[in-house]
Design a protein around this ligand. Sequence first.
Ligand code: GLU
Length: 501
Amino acid sequence: MSNVRVRFAPSPTGFVHIGSLRTALYNFLFARHNDGKYILRIEDTDRTRFVDGAIENLIASMEWAGIKHDEGVFVEDGEVVQKGDFGPYIQSERLDIYKKYIDELIEKGYAYYCFCSRERIDKVREEQKAQGKIPKYDGYCRSIDIEEARERIANGEEYVVRLKLPANKNIEFNDLVRGKVTINTNDMDDQVLMKSDGFPTYHFAVVVDDHLMEISHIVRGEEWLPSTPKHVFMFEVFGWDTPTYVHLPTVLNKDKKKLSKRQGDVSVTDFKDKGYLPEALNNYLALVGWSPESNEEIFNMEELIKEFSFDRVSKTGGVFDKDKLDWVNGQYIRETSLDDLTQLTIPYLKNAGYIDDKDVENRYDWIKTMVSTVKENLSYIAEITKKVDIYFNHEISSGDEEVINILQGKQVPTLLDVFREELEEIDEIDEEFAKSVIKKIQKKTKIKGKNLFMPIRAMLTGQLHGPEMVNIIWVLGKQNILKRIEYVENSILNKNIDKEK
Ligand code: GLU
């Protein structure tokens, strides 16, 4: 067992962004690659953002994704439980620990009580902004004597605790992705570490916990890079070893902007609900910001663990390309056995009203064949309902000009007559019939090639492209095809359809 200990430390806001899943994944891959430990800690000190059930949700998302942690917060039989020697792993249960360390920091002279009202702070900020300065706390309470401060607190005055940064000191740290980072304390703010509600801020809790939980590498999104100097300063003044930092490039959309809810799917549950396969999502997400040595793009989890390193994580944002994800997911769908795939599609097909429990019980093979006809073209499971729509809806809209033109070809009435004759000779379509019927129609009518195939496909599916005709015929069955022939005869042939442009 190595000394590598990493953590994923989400705030339970009820929503797991796809970028957070990538952070979790990189932590996980790094831990496994190095035979280390991967910890899940809950950072819930911002009580205004707390959402009921969010921890359960978050852990369910991680479980679905197959990113398993070794230590920290788990859900068992619906209950939130904690496991490991460094607990509690939920920050709101560690308040006494933070209290102890904040007192130590005050004692050492690196933190101070601040009694400024919100109004005063807002006013100072406004003034600074008006002067074109970057707003920050003006240090009004820095020099209040500690005894006086304690008295004011005893008298019931509201306060926060702030970090006391020395003037003009360079803070330096090394980031495995960013390289050496230096910032001067003159450009930093006296961060609030303890709020008036007695809860620490993220900035304080994260330092105390990463130290006490013996975290070796802090792997997180680059939005935390500007905060890191404050954290490093605290590690130093406490006299603690600073962990190694790894700031990951932000997950961007194709326009190189932050991937946000407004543009559609961004939460893990969105992708789960659409029927992306967790293995595929992990595979694709791994590539958003990291590149393997080879040009390969398909990696299972084991291969990712073997290949992954921070050396090949890029400094600039990783673009989340949904088309690429669809492609990767499609590859995994193709690799899924037909039985498993059928099982995965059943809830979606039921939901669309295309099948019910009886069909699952009595016509499972038929469902399977139907799924097999579209397997090659499926990008994600929810797409199944759109792809198999051809088997359930045969109305042709007046907007489908090409389809209508083909169905109004002069050879079509003969084709339909002969197709009907063939159907009337059998009880139900079997494989043999499905395979031979088009040939038979060709022989009888002498119509061949496009003139034969296109109208039949259009009549059967209302579309000009799609699964192989043999499969379509088999899945539709005799009665459905008879109905479709009749529909085309009554609604399309010889009709003057006012086609929409
Ligand atoms: N609680 C922070 C978040 O939700 C974690 C940041 C960190 O990993 O230090 O992003």
